[in-house]
Design a protein around this ligand. Sequence first.
Ligand code: TK8
Length: 347
Amino acid sequence: MSKKFLSLFMILTLITSILAACGTSGEKASGGGKSSGDARIIRAGIGLNDKHPQYLGLLKFKEIVEKETNGAIKVETYHSSQLGDDRAMMEALQLGTQQMTIPSTAPIANFIPEYSVYDIPFMFPSEEVADKVLLESDIAKELLEKLPDQGMVGLAYWENGFRDLTNNKVAVSNVGDFKNLKIRTMENQLHLEAFKALGANPTPMAFAELFTAMQQGTIDGQENPIATIYLQKYNEVQKHVSLTHHVYSPFVVLLSKIFWDESSKEEQDILVKAAKEAGDYSRKLNREANSTYIAELEQEGMTVTEITPEAREEMKAITDPVVEKFSDKIGKDTIDRMRKAVEEAGK
Ligand code: TK8
């Protein structure tokens, strides 16, 4: 009898101490987010380096969230693919082993095909139109609303920007110049097919492998916005940059749905507001620096080639049939509505 009582007492003591330990370390099941004190942790990873406006935007997001939640949510930031590439990080969000990432829309199309509407070459004519469509249109908002089905929540659109082409072989100014160029594309089917149609020899690759691939000459070139080309020092391994502006790449701030669901309504509102504010900040930095970066690239020895409207029209005419091929996958209605939103925004 007393023995039984003793073991019951021991079990109770054990349970109490386990509970106490959990209490002091603040261990909560927060979608894989480790804890520090009582805070819930957002581990946020991006592909670009710590000089890029995307990272500076992420730091702004951290500042706002930590301040407005009074430290209840903490944001740990990782750059340069330290947590993996865009695709791997999205998968980690689905599992809840990572809480936040900010990919380009192109790799999102591997999860939600409709996102390829943003991969259509020359869809957005200007930054102003891109802003209006991404920040105000119903179609852009509805695309964000498709994310929860994939275990992710889209907090806001940010800007990667208009993509330009760099390579080591030729100063590309016309369609004919793409011939046989080995171009790395993002892991996105439409991008791959579009570059094939232009005569290039494209190969999809994760962003983190890109610099070495150019350095070793396994590929001739790549395409990314000027900020990436300059801040990732591609001028060290590339000779020519052509201002093709062939696609406008948005970023999407993604949160793991597991973390989202564990947040209060008030916290969710703060997360969305912080993502929007930090996005405005990052977008502004991205644009302010562009012309300086182009001048710097030229000074570092790269040739900078402008593309005439005629050459751009020709590129568009060649890639249009590719878009047609993808229209069922993307959804004709999605494409039409995006085109309408672009038209409206341009008025
Ligand atoms: C960074 C990527 C990158 C994208 C690419 O994670 O892969 O070329 O443009 O900026 O999202």
